[in-house]
Design a protein around this ligand. Structure first.
Ligand code: MG
Ligand code: MG
Length: 246
């Protein structure tokens, strides 16, 4: 779906709130705090900006962010897990402003982290930007996934298939999906005003996963580290415009 100028402005505002949630949670990450502490920091930003949470109560999800440490890929429920030196933590944030959604994620290290973890985080973020660069008028949507996959697999990593990006607007998850791999066909032609969430989930090891008993947390089957980066981006005549930045 294509969004008009007024809708895009609302999505810019939602994106700024999400970016502020990123900034505040990043600043709070340190050994000794819990993932619920991070949730509370993010909730305070939503409150301060008069925004609404799109995560809270989404299919019963009980928090305003997802926090996924180490071998958790995505969808972790914030709770009493205490971050420790050497962990990596993926933080996925979203907000609604005037009925329009923003959605973005990052992975950060807690204190000093291993070189392997650093490299995973760097490659995952780079793969996201490689995907975002494909969001140009006239290009085909699934070039995003091809770009992500090429970069991540060249680094020797596994690209998660079961969870993907998505169009976004008046709902957080709209069609079409945005796979992080080449799905075998080029997909829709990109037009001005389309908005997508590009969100590679990349594993050091294999791509198989399982869901925890809480029904949410998605873990790597082989216990390898996983990272996740995401932005909300519009296709514009000037190229991709990232909304979820300050
Ligand atoms: Mg998303
Ligand atoms: Mg997200």
């Amino acid at each position: 779906m294509r969004r008009n100028a007024d809708e895009l402005n609302k999505m810019r505002k939602a994106g700024k709130v999400v970016a502020e949630m990123h900034e505040a949670t990043r600043a709070a990450i340190r050994p000794g705090i819990t993932t619920m502490d991070l949730n509370n920091v993010a909730a305070a930003v939503i409150e301060k900006r008069g925004a609404r949470s799109n995560f809270l109560n989404y299919q019963g999800f009980p928090a305003v962010i997802c926090t996924s440490p180490n071998d958790m890929i995505v969808h972790g429920i914030p709770g009493d897990y205490v971050l420790k030196e050497g962990d990596i933590i993926s933080v996925d944030c979203g907000a609604i402003v005037e009925g329009y959604h923003g959605d973005a994620a990052y992975t950060a290290g807690v204190g000093e982290i291993s070189n392997e973890a650093k490299r995973l985080i760097e490659v995952t973020e780079r793969s996201m930007w490689a995907g975002i660069a494909q969001l140009t008028i006239g290009n085909r949507l699934h070039e995003v996934g091809r770009a992500v996959q090429d970069l991540a697999e060249a680094a020797g990593y596994g690209v998660v298939r079961e969870y993907v990006g998505h169009a976004i607007g008046t709902a957080m998850h709209e069609m079409p999906q945005v796979p992080n791999y080449w799905p075998g066909s080029p997909g829709p032609t990109l037009k001005e005003g389309m908005v997508f969430a590009v969100e590679p989930m990349i594993n050091v090891g294999g791509i198989d996963s399982f869901v925890l008993e809480d029904g949410w947390g998605v873990m790597t089957e082989d216990g390898s580290l996983s990272a996740h980066f995401e932005h909300t981006i519009a296709v514009t005549e000037n190229g991709p415009e990232v909304f979820t930045v300050l």
